[in-house]
Design a protein around this ligand. Sequence first.
Ligand code: MSK
Length: 637
Amino acid sequence: MPVKQDHRSVDPAAIAMLQIADQNEIDNVWERLEKQQPQCGYGQLGTCCRICTQGPCRIDPLGEGPTQGVCGATADTMVARNLARMAAVGSSAHSDHGRKVALLLKAVATGENTDYEIVNEEKLQGVAAKLGIAADGLTTLELADKVADAALDCFGSQTEAPIQFAASYMPERLQKQLGNAEATLKSATGARIGLMPRGIDRESVDILHRTHFGCDADPLSLVAQTVRCSLGDGWGGSLIATELQDVLFGAPQIRTIKANLGVLDKEMVNIIVHGHEPVLSEKVVELARSAKMNEAAKKVGAAGINVAGLCCTGNEILMRQGVGVAGNLLHSELAIMTGAVEALVVDVQCIFPSLADLSSCYHTQFITTSEQVNIPGATHIQFEEHDANQIAEQIVQKAIDAYPNRNAAKVYIPEQTAEAVVGFTVEQILGALGGSPAPLVEVIANGTIKGVVGIVGCNNVKVKQDLFHQELTRELIKRDILVIGTGCWAIAAAKDGLMNLDAQELAGSGLKAVCQSLGIPPVLHMGSCVDCSRMLVLAGAIADHLGVDISALPLAGSAPEWTTEKAVAIGSYFVGSGLPVHLWPAPPILGSPAVTGILTEGSKDLLGGYFFVEEDPAATAEQMLAIINEKRAGLGI
Ligand code: MSK
């Protein structure tokens, strides 16, 4: 009698695959979590420090044992340093992604790279205009060169001035608010504590420096730098990634895609692309669609080539190419267990090292491609942007070569798929509204829609897969709150049918009427993790339209199944931009009353944004409604 697996996921496809894993004793992330129990309480509360070799030190928040580490660091210092380091890593991951796109744009502009081209001239001109770069008399490539230089300068700038992307895209009122907060911090502490990012790389390095042994011990300045670094991600690195990817690969369009493991095709060579950066996956899709490669696939007995995505690489090609998505983070092992995946091709971030061992039990080629992601047991095919076509062809060919090794007895593809309408960029949303936020503002002002919530982030194996994502989304739309979002949340919502037009029926009467008149679902897919920057830009456009601060708007954010350090950066730049942000699981800060106080209360006065923690989806929706109603009252609507 197989063990039921519905305590691990709400997704029927996942449950089916977990039953197969159970029957065949296949190791997986849920099993490994169980083997890790009980997990370290100090780590969960953030009160352990292994920054120097006099440690590791730990502090019991209940007052048992020492109250300081060997150097004298308190629990507040330890927690704040650990949090800052998380934000630095998360911001670095997003921003390094942005850097690579900026470097590619530069290489295309100078003619050094001819494997890519500028697909979206309109967007290029829009970005240039936003940055104040005059396009008159310049060719497209000359303009691209200037935009690439401006982007690259944001990474390495050594002045005290804010980076150009933040200074150009952030609403002026937010810049002023951050300036006021800096002044308040200075008068309270005497220290120069900045919040506007000066350089994307610099703010991460600043954290690495100030958290070195014997530097910053003040939770306030450590949290402030956490926010500054994260703002450099949201209004810098991630924004650069989003904007320049739209230039190079085209802006996403509203379209219908399929989501869940059922997108895999038993008759085809299945290639899954996983990770975050579309620079490689765009090429894999292009090559996989070519007549030449499909002919090659037919020669080995397949009906053709089918590409599917996972996680944010999946979101990128879903938004721009309409490619089906096989699942979110916790589907990555399950996808291999279908026995029908010829190649799992990964770039960077959110890739379990376990995929190598698991692939070796099947015919699946597990192919790493980034110099930053080397996994023992994987086949490494180094991706070089200047040779993208040839390398993508090599990868697709490797998948084709694997097809004859598929063991039919091991193949089981759950049939679940859901249709999802996706591709909601700021441009697409404003376009659907007639070019201005005015109609959205009007339906919010008259109460037809109460507010907007952005949900982001991962699956976390400690949370039943997709449960929080899906229930919170349902609870919010029921309360006439429009839900937008990115990342693995978006895939969870898509799999649940919440991005289907039929989901209008699940919305409250006001939201339903608006969605019906616009022909959109009540739950909008805005892209990958770096595309959280699209939500910032949208919030800024609404705030500017109304002439108020972002913090005054009936908006909130949530990361209800978050896992990664990138989510710390996203949450922190939302808070720094003035938004209340819900988190579950609780972040590792509860061992410090000071840090917890700053992030849940102090930041409210200083920045307008703050964090709150709640483990129940319906209670979270109620809290969000209360926040939204409070903001509405503040605006007099
Ligand atoms: S992929 S960062 S698990 S959303 Fe962006 Fe999903 Fe979180 Fe990775």
